[in-house]
Write a protein that binds this ligand. Structure first.
Ligand SMILES: Cc1cc2nc3c(=O)[nH]c(=O)nc-3n(C[C@H](O)[C@H](O)[C@H](O)COP(=O)(O)O)c2cc1C
Length: 171
């Protein structure tokens, strides 16, 4: 596992996201059990003069309360691999199933946060939760976005994680 700057594999990570392949968002629950959820979107950039990754999570996801509990999350990006695992973690809830056990996923301890990283991914970010904001229903101005993504009013929460470590995972 090699430390990298948050920007080093930026292009490849964005390509993975742009093509809808997704990444794993990991946080731990009240029993300190890790849970992984597939995310289709993430933003990496500079906010408050810090490297920040923000993710959009609907309040209905088990991951939502896991992030609140953890005060941290990790974002783990496979590059063109792990399609089955992404499909599973994007359709099953940690409320009902231990996804790590079910998929025999292996973890690496986080170095700066108490949330683990996922082996098998190419790039991973350790993020300390520094802010969150709920999208307000009247804050989504584009009618097309409202109709397509929020027909049931399940508006995302934006979680802002300061990137406190970034890694290339080689094994
Ligand atoms: C490709 C893909 C991308 C997804 N992106 C998101 C996302 O960005 N935000 C979100 O709240 N749910 C997203 N989902 C849905 C969650 O991954 C799914 O509801 C998952 O089962 C939630 O798991 P949890 O209840 O253990 O948190 C996505 C699903 C897929 C298949």
């Amino acid at each position: 596992m090699n430390p990298i700057t948050p920007w080093k594999r930026f292009g490849e990570v964005q390509e993975q996201i742009l093509h809808g392949n997704g990444a794993f968002l990991v946080a731990v629950d009240e029993r300190d059990r890790p849970n992984a959820m597939t995310i289709g979107w993430l933003q990496i950039g500079t906010v408050w003069s810090r490297p920040v990754c923000h993710v959009l999570v609907r309040p209905s996801r088990y991951t939502h309360r896991c992030i609140a509990h953890s005060g941290a999350f990790t974002v783990n990006v496979p590059l063109g691999t792990m399609a089955e695992e992404l499909a599973f973690c994007g359709s099953r809830s940690g409320r009902d199933v231990d996804k790590f056990a079910e998929l025999s996923l292996r973890t690496i301890l986080g170095t700066k946060v108490r949330v683990p990283l996922l082996t098998g991914c190419a790039v991973a970010y350790e993020c300390r939760l520094v802010a969150h904001a709920a999208l307000a229903p009247d804050g989504v101005l584009d009618e097309g976005i409202r109709a397509k993504y929020y027909p049931r009013g399940d508006f995302h929460t934006l979680f802002f994680g300061e990137i406190v470590a970034a890694w290339e995972i080689t094994a």
